[in-house]
Write a protein that binds this ligand. Structure first.
Ligand SMILES: [Zn+2]
Length: 257
């Protein structure tokens, strides 16, 4: 037939259950479909997990559901209730996230570590990939991860040093880059040092980026193509080659490879 197939694009980390999107979530989904974008939709607490199931259980082809307790919510969430919901909805769950540690939050660090450990244990037991928040806590996270057997580990919004990147690559971890790639030479330099088979792209919507896209709330359909184009330019590859590579990486990550 000679019909060429465009690669699917993957937004490796976005908060589609955020209130920011609630008044136009149907439009957001329609746009993902129109642009052939698969979204890894992360949650932050029990409430957003339940919202995710009700919004997206029927959209699993383009919305991959990640469930987790974010470090910011670690103090207030009930672990037992969360685990019960996790176990009774396993068939709807594609991954565990957003989970992690954050050295800048007031939430007690010991409690963050306890919740993070429980989330990693759930991912290990259910054999699901994880999406990790690691702001000012990357060394601790790299220390904790080897205690768990998890396939498909993503350090989302990777902001580590070259040394931490090298260590992550040695551990077979995926890292993702977002809209900062469009303007930040530091990010472009770190991408150049990343194994080609280990990077993904994301928007972290609804985060707003003051230095690009007019400070609008991020949506995959509006921002992701620019991020892929920046990655392509940085790596001296064509857009289509980059999209193909990212599709392969994203599918491997989701499959827990
Ligand atoms: Zn996030």
């Amino acid at each position: 037939m000679g019909v060429s197939t465009l690669s699917l694009l993957f937004d490796a980390h976005i908060h589609l259950t955020d209130n920011e999107y609630s008044s136009y979530i149907e439009q957001v989904i329609a746009n993902l479909r129109a642009m052939k974008i698969v979204a890894c939709s992360v949650t932050v607490d029990t409430q957003t997990v339940l919202r995710s199931f009700s919004l997206f259980n029927s959209q699993r082809d383009i919305v991959k559901q990640f469930v987790g307790i974010h470090p910011e919510a670690a103090a207030r969430e009930e672990l037992d209730k969360f685990k019960e919901i996790f176990r009774s909805n396993l068939q709807s769950i594609d991954g565990v996230g957003e989970i992690g540690l954050d050295g800048t939050y007031e939430v007690p660090y010991d409690r963050q570590k306890q919740v993070f450990g429980e989330m990693l244990a759930l991912a290990e037991s259910a054999n699901k990939p994880v999406s990790i928040h690691s702001r000012k806590a990357l060394d601790d996270i790299l220390e904790i991860l080897p205690s768990f057997k998890i396939n498909g580990v993503l350090l989302h919004w990777f902001a580590g040093s070259k040394k931490q990147l090298a260590r992550s690559m040695d551990m077979g971890i995926y890292v993702s880059y977002g809209p900062a790639l469009v303007y930040s030479e530091d990010k472009q330099a770190i991408l150049k040092n990343t194994d080609k088979g280990r990077f993904l792209v994301e928007t972290d919507g609804p985060v707003r980026y003051s230095r690009c896209f007019e400070n609008l709330s991020a949506v995959s359909s509006g921002f992701l193509v620019s991020v892929v184009a920046s990655a392509a330019r940085t790596l001296d590859m064509s857009f289509e080659e980059t999209a193909e590579l990212l599709q392969k990486n994203s599918e491997a990550y989701l499959a827990g490879a």
